[in-house]
Design a protein around this ligand. Structure first.
Ligand SMILES: NC(=O)c1ccc[n+]([C@@H]2O[C@H](COP(=O)([O-])OP(=O)(O)OC[C@H]3O[C@@H](n4cnc5c(N)ncnc54)[C@H](O)[C@@H]3O)[C@@H](O)[C@H]2O)c1
Length: 317
């Protein structure tokens, strides 16, 4: 394969690139990343000599067309996004730029190069939230996004579905639950708990911390993407794959587990005003992806211990 990985210097994209280069040394990998605050090019140091790195914006259609032509790209894996819900509430426009216009731009590229396969990485947040008793969402369920972030991702998904139907581009969509692991931006929930607890500062928890998230270790997600890329019919019918480890946890329990690993007291927990529109619970039915042979390899406990160790080293603790 000749891959173009967008957002490959971010959290999930960097793990995808590192793992793909190691496992498929015959493939060529080009990374296109705008290097926003969420990126760190050094995540890719171990493979820097084996990939081509280009700093740029997925919304720059001429640039992406040139890359696809020059590098002979046959597959685009699209991780590039603005991803932090709280930032989207303060200012939705960067989210509309990358998550909507950026996706529209990649679709234009696929129209110009119709044999290129386009795997668009999306999120469980497009379905909106669930009550404690709702069944997990499946890929045919309605999209009811709650935040500007989720709405921008849902918009991107709908553009991809429409382009597959109208222009016949070869596309597929992956929707996964909350990822955790090394390389995530420090402002996200698990890194925030680790960072503040290590500094013996108050650990902020929205409301009473009872909202539930379904946690997926980042390399289990990237392995699921590798699996769906090989599903033969995936790109012909714009299949949507849900990815979940079925590991629902209340935020308060995740925070307590981290404090326990760090040997810090629960008195550090500080309950703060809830996020507006805060989703209560996410849960996905990932039987489609599991039917391809994928299943998560890392337990929540193993993944959390690994993540805490990585941030301790990164923060010099
Ligand atoms: N992290 C999660 O828990 C999670 C869960 C479900 C879905 N997702 C999805 O997975 C994908 C990757 O998420 P992440 O957590 O790695 O995000 P991230 O914020 O850590 O990284 C995003 C990367 O995209 C790059 N980028 C942003 N705008 C760009 C643009 N216009 N052009 C080129 N590059 C740009 C950034 O520089 C960064 O490297 C996103 O589509 C996100 O919606 C993430």
């Amino acid at each position: 394969m000749k891959l173009l990985v967008t957002g490959g210097a971010g959290f999930i994209g960097s793990h995808f690139v590192l793992r793909h280069v190691e496992r498929f040394p015959g493939d060529t990998v080009t990374v296109l990343d705008k290097l926003t605050y969420a990126a760190d090019k050094h995540f890719l140091d171990a493979v820097a000599q084996k990939i081509t790195f280009i700093e740029g914006d997925i919304a720059d259609t001429a640039l992406v067309k040139k890359i696809v032509k020059d590098q002979g790209i046959d597959t685009i894996v699209d991780f590039a996004a603005e991803t932090h819900v709280d930032r989207s509430i303060s200012d939705p426009f960067p989210f509309i730029h990358t998550n909507v216009l950026g996706v529209a731009s990649l679709i234009e590229v696929c129209k110009a190069f119709p044999t290129v396969k386009f795997l668009h990485v999306s999120t469980d947040e497009v379905y909106g939230d669930l009550t404690d008793t709702d069944p997990p969402k499946n890929s045919d369920d309605a999209l009811r996004p709650s935040s500007p972030y989720a709405a921008s991702k849902a918009s991107g998904d709908l553009l991809v579905l429409a382009a597959a139907r109208t222009y016949g581009i070869k596309a597929a969509i992956s929707r996964c639950t909350n990822n955790f692991g090394p390389h995530q931006a420090l402002e996200k929930f698990i890194p925030t708990v680790i960072r503040t607890a290590l500094a013996d500062k108050q650990v902020p928890i929205y409301a009473e911390g009872k909202n539930k998230r379904d946690w997926l270790f980042v390399t289990d997600h990237t392995d699921a993407i590798e699996t769906m890329m090989t599903a033969p019919e995936a790109f012909d019918t714009c299949r949507i794959f849900n990815v979940s480890a079925d590991s629902e946890q209340r935020n308060i329990d995740v925070a307590k587990a981290i404090l326990n690993i760090l040997g810090k007291p629960e008195s550090l927990l500080s309950f703060v005003k809830d996020r507006p529109g805060h989703d209560w619970r996410y849960a996905l039915d990932s039987s489609d992806t599991r039917s391809l042979g994928w299943k998560p390899a890392v337990t929540f406990e193993e993944g959390l211990a690994n993540t805490v160790e990585w941030y301790k080293a990164r923060l010099g603790a």
